[in-house]
Design a protein around this ligand. Sequence first.
Ligand code: HEM
Length: 360
Amino acid sequence: MTRRIMPGLLALFLLIAGSASAQTVRPPENAGAVRPEAADPATTGRIERQRYDNHADFWRQVREGDRGSQASPTAGRGMMIQSAGEGWRNLRNGPYVRWSGYLLLGVLGLLALFFALRGRIRVVSGYSGYELRRFRFAERFTHWLTATSFVVLALTGLNLVFGRALLIPLIGKEAFAAFAAWGKVAHDYVSFAFMLGVVLMFLLWVRQNIPNRHDFLWLVRAGGFLGGGHAPAKKFNAGQKLLFWAVILFGVSVSLSGVQLLYPYKFAFFEGTFAFLNHLPGVDLPTALSPINEQQLANLWHGIIAVLFTAVIFGHIYIGSVGMEGGFSAMGSGRVDLNWAREHHDLWVEDLQKVEAQPR
Ligand code: HEM
């Protein structure tokens, strides 16, 4: 049930966004609905052109979902034009691309500003010369499996959104076409490595990411990074826990909507989710979604979550590399300096007191 719910939960938001956005063409109310009567031999037939006085009337009726016939046994049969596709296309090529660009550039700009104002977070007490093991091999393997596959997915996915505008002027149409085609193949296959990574990450770290009483203080003091006093933390602080749960929630949502795109018409996650949400007071979402509506929602939802996810990961990559002195080695060698650990994860160090710190 949860699998069916996850992408759709957020799809409620999508529907609201979709209806709020100005669209040049407003599809008729019934445009996306499956019309079972279309399969009925008694009613299925050629659109009777002579019923209309002129071509404009004829095509308007076709656009508005008038019945026709076709040999294909696929769902949505008999409908020559599925007008909801135009709404999806307008949203996908307009507001979606624009706001995704603003968000990603905005986050990069904020990180650059933060770096300029705050600089690198230093190990204030200096390196001690003693190290603690922070992540064992299985944890580092899982992290880098997830991270490298995420980077491939993000680059090849963003290429579908911004590639034409950004890359064609730089490398030309032919090179872009080859890159986009290979990128699509990579995106499809690498997604399985990413999904595996998310599952392993969940299993390895869920216990240490359950919120505790120290997290609230950590958030109030912004981790102590802005001069608000020391913020005690165990192995993962509140910021890291937020990242962990974002990775799990976004990871599951982007994966399920991705699987729906990878195997078209095999899943209908949105319909099930909407039906579930309709149990909430005041919620009345459409539950008779056509297979094509399902695919359109999956496409938009996948893109929105992927961009939000990427924005969050920009912040994580910043803090895990240039943003914090002494932090990268935790995922590199798996070891960190004792003073770094005391400054950022003092309660974890206390927990480890039984483990002897070894000379470097
Ligand atoms: C590609 C560049 C990346 C770098 C340089 C990087 C670096 C790091 C480092 C140094 C840590 C350990 C922090 C600590 O010791 O407390 C860490 C932890 C973690 N990373 Fe990454 N990471 C990258 C990408 C990713 C990606 C793409 C994901 C998920 C999709 C991810 C998810 C996590 C999670 C959940 C943790 C544990 C929580 C935390 O420490 O924040 N990382 N990463």
